[in-house]
Design a protein around this ligand. Sequence first.
Ligand SMILES: Nc1ncnc2c1ncn2[C@@H]1O[C@H](COP(=O)(O)OP(=O)(O)O)[C@@H](O)[C@H]1O
Ligand SMILES: [Mg+2]
Length: 320
Amino acid sequence: MTVQMQENVVRTNPPGEEKSTPLVQKMWSIGGGKGGTGKSFVTLSLGIRMARMGKKVVIIDADLGGANMHTLLGIRSPDLTLNDFLEKRAATLNQVCIGTPIDNLNLISGGDDILNLANPKYSQKERIIRNLKKLEADYIFLDLGAGTSFNILDFFIYTPGKIIVVSPFPTSVQNAYGFIKSALYRHLSRLFARNNEILRLIKRLIDPGSEERINSTVELIAAVDKLDTASAALMQKEVEAFQIKLIVNMAKSDENKKVGDIIKIVADKYLGVDVEVLKAIPFDALVEKSILLTKPLLFSDTGSEVSASLYEIASDILKA
Ligand SMILES: Nc1ncnc2c1ncn2[C@@H]1O[C@H](COP(=O)(O)OP(=O)(O)O)[C@@H](O)[C@H]1O
Ligand SMILES: [Mg+2]
């Protein structure tokens, strides 16, 4: 836990204010591999909750190609979007931050510029990542898109806080596990990018066709240890720091809520990754209705089970 807590805090000083109190940001990605599990809904709800507690919050709609956060907030056509930053009309992410109807909550919109944004170049993605820590905010939430493309995984890997939103359907559970696995091995592959021997071992783990299969992270670290003890120790440390918080959304029964525990057990056994299962969010038609009415406050104002769950989840995130 200590590792996670320390890494969750990124300290930066705004230019020219080197001596001021460091800006403390907490960055969280919300991903999960599959579309429609409620990632955007959860991101927005957490953002609203933190904002109402007086925290300065920025939500980044990083669902490049399927951006809809502005719509959820009732903003028809954002004046500035991430595209302005990517095409260098704006120099910093701070400049493309727009206000929302909710105090303390700002948005960096993905905009509607779908063709331009869907596949940003590697350099563009790296520019976003480099700029993230200069954002003036207490909390930054990145709402990720579906799939396991490198663009999505790299955002997830970068932010110290990692949240997975899963729905109880088997495909969603499979995708969530696949997402965690892809993110972890992408992270390790990048970390050891210059070490061909270790890269070959990682490949034996992720490539089902390889003859001498490595079956789990534990086996991988043992194999690395035979090559180089220091690298094995580093890998072990990185895997331990790769902690995930998981939310089962749209649960219709107690049975549904248990899918979180299944992912936790499998991720521990094969990936060595610690998954903390947070409070499940029940299915409630009110969520859909509030989204259709673009009245996001509805779900934090009602005394429903959904808002109770969201409160509990937000307190866990605040404590992290
Ligand atoms: N707990 C819930 N109960 C009922 N409907 C929900 C719930 N969470 C999300 N939804 C609905 O599911 C749809 C997809 O949610 P969204 O947040 O856009 O998913 P994602 O961002 O993962 O693609 C939305 O129409 C939303 O209203
Ligand atoms: Mg979404």
